[in-house]
Design a protein around this ligand. Structure first.
Ligand code: NDP
Length: 491
């Protein structure tokens, strides 16, 4: 193993003041693949001071949009030229199959380019107001933005946050998940090399309760952007009250995927599998609840199980692998415990349900694609986010019942509807309480369109114009076109 990997604070690679390190594992083999410095609150405080100085004193807040665009385009170009290095590292640290990690890298480049282009486009508005007045609205950067991301899309989630924040002219202190920091560290090699001014983008490493909490709490951080679990989102909201930070939270989901009897059968089966088993089910927007109309229920499940049993689980580096390991032993145990809960609750297990341990599988954290049918709406496996390859199937009679069951959740992130009756599909989508929806497809995500949820799935949106606006303050400027005294008070 090489040297201890460092944090990037105020333009320098730094070991933590803690003097401690953390081992990073490959979830497919359980092997240690790197050792990183273990950050603490003091490192965050230093990084925030650097980001604050870069913004207010060293000129970043006055950097032109053209220059910010140039740097983001350059970052995309270099990342793209080193794509293979990044996706192989992502698969080593996260376990996801290469065919997924390579898409993550190309999506990251596309997102950087989207926001690079966005930087120089018009952002303000003018209003026709009464009196001889010109009223303008301009968008300005917020200042120091803290960012905390999870382990399921380590590189892509970093870019989804860093790109719009930099496009809008902010400075950044970024924290990856403590278990998947490797592609972020590599990204900062490029950030360092292409000449972002010191302090503009900082990397801190370490755990959520210390490093993450300090970012959320620190009074010089003016905005916190978070992706992760809903309960962590709640802690971040509380910490962010310290200075009434702006917050954007992309949290959990238990998203319904509704299939009507008039849907294209094979397409709907195919997407039902993709909706839940892509990225090992570790996707906030996963279609983890499949709602089937009763007339096709049995036939659909039969075909679904037949196909799910053929999913090839294995090392992400094997090109034929369709599903890799879960991210960690802890997380695998959580998923397996939900499978036990499902059985105890009386749901019928029709596919999978076990850890895979034969041969070398036993060293990693592999779980079979798992399907429960005959579930009831109040079961824990139907209501709670499992965040793994576990699908729960629900049965409905008609449109009205489908909508009721779909909305019976504290979450509201995503939803899908499969039907060849486009009017019905659209009618149903309009009634679903979810921020990201699909008709006759599941999962496609676009840099142009807003990403985020209703209810306990979060606050604010990422991507598109909406994502950019989350990193701006709005200022009105009223210009008097008839400059003379008011006459309000006697002379
Ligand atoms: P967390 O929400 O705990 O982790 C996400 C990020 O938040 C990590 O960087 C983590 O740090 C950090 N964090 C943890 N606690 C705090 C805190 N108190 N203050 C600030 N930051 C904190 O997700 P987990 O990885 O633990 O997964 C738990 C569950 O959350 C999953 O089972 C799943 O249900 C859900 N989840 C949802 C995701 C989504 O995209 N919607 C993504 C990931 C998880 P660190 O881990 O380094 O300690």
């Amino acid at each position: 193993m090489g040297d201890v990997l460092k944090q990037y604070i105020n333009g320098e690679w730094k070991l933590s003041e803690s003097g401690n390190t953390r081992e990073i594992l490959n979830p497919a083999t359980g092997e240690v693949i790197a050792e990183v410095t273990e950050g603490i609150r003091a490192d965050v405080i230093n990084a925030v001071a650097g980001a604050k100085a870069a913004f207010y004193e060293n000129g970043w807040m006055d950097t032109s949009a053209v220059e910010r665009a140039r740097l983001l385009f350059k970052l995309a170009d270099v990342l793209e030229s080193r794509a293979e290095e990044f996706y192989k590292l992502e698969t080593t640290n996260n376990g996801k199959p290469i065919r997924e990690s390579s898409v993550d890298v190309s999506d990251a480049c596309a997102c950087l380019r989207y926001y690079a282009g966005f930087t120089t486009k018009p952002h303000g508005v003018t209003y026709d107001v009464p009196d001889d007045m010109q009223s303008l609205v301009v968008r300005e950067p917020i200042g120091v933005c803290g960012m905390i991301v999870p382990w399921n899309y380590p590189l892509l989630m970093a870019i989804w946050k860093i790109a719009p924040a930099i496009a809008a002219g902010n400075t950044v202190v970024f924290k990856p998940s403590e278990i998947t920091p490797l592609t972020a560290i590599k990204l900062f090699e490029i950030i360092d090399e292409i000449g972002f001014p010191k302090g503009v983008i900082n990397l801190v490493l370490g755990d959520g309760p210390n490093v993450g909490d300090e970012l959320a709490r620190n009074r010089d951080v003016e905005k916190i952007a978070f992706t992760g679990g809903t309960s962590t989102g709640r802690s971040i909201m509380k910490a962010a009250t310290s200075n009434i930070k702006k917050i954007s939270l992309e949290l959990g989901g238990k998203s319904p995927n509704i299939v009507f009897e008039d849907a294209d059968f094979e397409t709907a089966v195919d997407y039902a599998l993709f909706a839940i088993f892509c990225n090992q089910g570790q996707v906030c927007s996963a279609g983890s609840r499949l709602l089937l109309q009763e007339s096709i229920y049995d036939k659909f499940i039969e075909r679904l199980v037949e196909r799910a049993k053929k999913i090839k689980v294995g090392s992400g580096f094997d090109e034929s692998t369709e599903m890799g390991p879960l991210i960690s032993q802890n997380h695998m145990n959580k998923v397996l415990s939900y499978i036990e809960i499902g059985k105890k609750e009386g749901a019928k297990l029709v596919c999978g349900g076990n850890r895979i341990t034969e041969g070398t599988f036993g060293k990693g954290y592999f779980v079979e694609p798992t399907i429960f049918v005959d579930t009831l709406p109040d079961m824990r496996i139907v209501q709670e986010e499992i965040f793994g390859p576990v699908l729960v199937v629900q049965k409905f009679k008609d449109e009205k019942e489908a909508i009721k069951l779909a909305n019976d959740s504290c979450y509201g992130l995503a939803a899908g509807v499969f039907s060849n009756d486009i009017a019905k599909a659209h009618r149903v989508i309009r009634k679903l309480r979810a921020g990201i929806t699909w008709i006759n497809t599941y999962h496609p995500t676009y840099n142009e369109a807003p990403w985020g949820g209703y209810k306990q799935s979060g606050i604010g949106r990422e991507l598109g114009t909406y994502g950019y606006e989350e990193y701006t303050e709005v200022k009105q400027i009223n210009i008097n076109l008839d400059v003379k005294p008011t006459g309000w008070f006697a002379k």
